[in-house]
Design a binder for this molecule. Sequence first.
Ligand code: IFM
Length: 482
Amino acid sequence: MSTNGSNTADPIRPFPPGFLWGTATASYQIEGATTLDGRGPSIWDTFCRQPGAVFNADNGDVACDHYHRYLEDLDLLVELGVGAYRFSVAWPRVQPEGSGPANQKGLDFYRRLVAGLRERDIEPMLTLYHWDLPQPLEDRGGWCERDTSERFADYVEIVARAMGSDVERWITLNEPWCSSWLGYGAGVHAPGVKDIGRAAAATHHLLLAHGKAVPILRSVAPEAKVGITLNLTVHQPGSDHPMDVAAALRADGNLNRLFLEPVFHAKYPKDMLEHYRSVKPGFSVVAEGDLELISAPLDFLGVNYYNPVTVVDEQRAAEARVASYVVSTHNPFPDLHLRSLETPGRDKTAMDWEIQAAGLTELLLKIRDEYTTAPIYITENGAAFDDYVDPNGQVLDHNRIAYLQEHISAVHDAIDAGVNVQGYFVWSLLDNFEWAYGYSRRFGIVWVDFPTGERLAKESFRWYAETITSNSVEYATSVGSS
Ligand code: IFM
């Protein structure tokens, strides 16, 4: 039974005509060629060299070698039959110093990619920032400094002038929460800083960078459709005890509302401002007029959803009466005073993320009811599993197919309930550099043999190709979704 009771007799559920099917990647995770054609260093090149920062001391020097193999990857996209491909531009390829003149060779790479997509009738969806900040900017304080948002505006103008007429959909930032809270708060992403006050300031300067980028894109590329991609989820309290309910609200405040409220309601959530009032510099960096910029109307919202999160108050988690909780090892934010829980019986991916597709439907309804009716694209959704090439030379990733089928069904539920979802992008086209996990986690629908760079379409690739061709999904529900 679906969340809205729409388990029709016919399990094949069509998507609206024109629904945009795609797949997504990001520059540092796939390109390699980090020192070629004038590219400067990014914070991830530096972070990867810090002992213990990244699993196996992996780095993006070669990654999937997409910089050299992009034509092969375009062929894969054609075979898959996608209508769109979401990729990101590496700022340090375009401005090696993070400021100053454009590096023509860097821009040319993306122009070739965009032209190649256009020739194949695949719409490019361009993300301007997917975490690879030029290192020289980090040396001057990175996202903790207001000036970085000014530098971002200059960079956006360069990219918009180069590709404004060829790219219709532009995403300013990918998952600014990860840049700020994982990068400057928990220190598990580049630049590896552990300082809640700086994470809060970085949150604002990232959003300000987004706010400054929007009018530039509108004036340089008047046809452009502009959006932002946020990583969002539903936070379920582990019990109906008021302390657990309050803990879930804090988690929601940090991950969802700190980003959704300024972008759609021109304000930061009161409870979060109160929660972070004593951290420095924190939200003291907000200046007059910033929130007006940040809340400029958008053409769409990009939503990245992977898993739901169940939380309890940390004090209650420590008490004997709730000892039956399975407290997860994930707790990156001691300042939020909560613990996340594992739900017994719920399947997990190789990231240890619980699988619950109904959370996506719930999230989409909430966004529609509380934030925006603008078109939504699911700009990322997918799963890492312990894939392997079997003796017949195949990757039979049926667990990934089940995950995708459940989540695409959940998107269908949301559309049935009136949410304006216009597209869905699988994360990811290729197995790639999964940040602090290095190459140990595979999200691709295409297997990459990293020593040789060879690609091999997985079973999920064929399944997704059929889904795209039929523009429909065979209905499926996940554990815990009824
Ligand atoms: O690989 C990442 C991607 O870069 C951003 N969103 C989540 C993915 C899986 O962790």
